[in-house]
Design a protein around this ligand. Structure first.
Ligand SMILES: Nc1ncnc2c1ncn2[C@@H]1O[C@H](COP(=O)(O)OP(=O)(O)O)[C@@H](O)[C@H]1O
Ligand SMILES: [Mg+2]
Length: 222
């Protein structure tokens, strides 16, 4: 179970509170879509759940995030990332290697997974995502949507418990989105928790819950 308790956050004293006394709880196997206008705090919420806020991005933060009873503030970001993996809104912030294959191998190598097992995982994931043809491509030449798919693939190779997917459908055709929905449903069936920001409503039909964030701070976000 993942729980966000007593969350209050604003970036600094000159900006409005984005969250005040916010509470959220979810069991395993759920898909939670986070909806709301641009600037309503969707990306911020994902960064809070995985600990990037406040560990890397500071602000006026209070609250407690727990996953299966572990207080996530007791873990470092490198410890958290394989458990709760974030797909960032901007893919260029998350691609580090010259080729797709190297990008996908990095995470599992860090987890000391055997090379043969890594190759098997990469083969399988490229196939499932229908991007086998990208395997030897240079990451910086990919389109926006292809970059998002490669990062999603790299997260799948890590096999985290919680997926935090920021604008996953941006730049993708309907065929890819349909395929991704199938993948997400399978992950949920295996007990994974999936948060996805979804300002276009692409994932509304597979979400168990839709959280609508308001951009009006007076409404609060409860
Ligand atoms: N690092 C930051 N410092 C200050 N303000 C920020 C920062 N990141 C985002 N914001 C502001 O916080 C609000 C919420 O942003 P964000 O979470 O990115 O919204 P969304 O993802 O829903 O578009 C916006 O007003 C945005 O300008
Ligand atoms: Mg955003």
């Amino acid at each position: 179970m993942l729980q966000v308790k007593d969350l209050s956050f604003r970036y600094n004293s000159e900006t409005d509170w984005l969250f005040q006394d916010f509470y959220l709880e979810t069991d395993k196997g759920k898909i939670i879509a986070i909806n709301g206008d641009s600037g309503s705090g969707k990306t911020t919420l994902l960064n809070i759940i995985c600990g990037v806020i406040p560990k890397m991005i500071k602000g006026n933060f209070s609250g407690k995030i727990t996953f299966n009873k572990t207080d996530l503030s007791t873990l470092t970001l490198p410890q958290t990332a394989p458990l709760l993996s974030l797909l960032m809104q901007e893919p260029d912030n998350q691609l580090f290697f010259p080729t797709v294959e190297q990008e996908l191998a990095f995470g599992p190598e860090n987890l000391q997974i055997e090379p043969e097992e890594i190759q098997e995982r990469i083969d399988k994931i490229l196939k499932v995502l229908q991007i086998e043809k990208l395997r030897n491509k240079e990451t910086h030449n990919l389109s926006f949507g292809q970059k998002k798919l490669v990062i999603f693939a790299s997260i799948l190779t890590l096999d985290p418990q919680v997926f935090l997917l920021d604008e996953l459908s941006a730049g993708l055709s309907n065929d890819y989105i349909t395929n991704i929905k199938k993948i997400l449903r399978n992950l949920a069936a295996k007990g994974k928790i999936i948060f996805l920001t979804d300002h276009a409503g692409d994932f509304a039909d597979i979400a168990d819950t839709v959280i609508k964030l308001s951009s009006n701070p007076i409404d609060g976000k409860i």
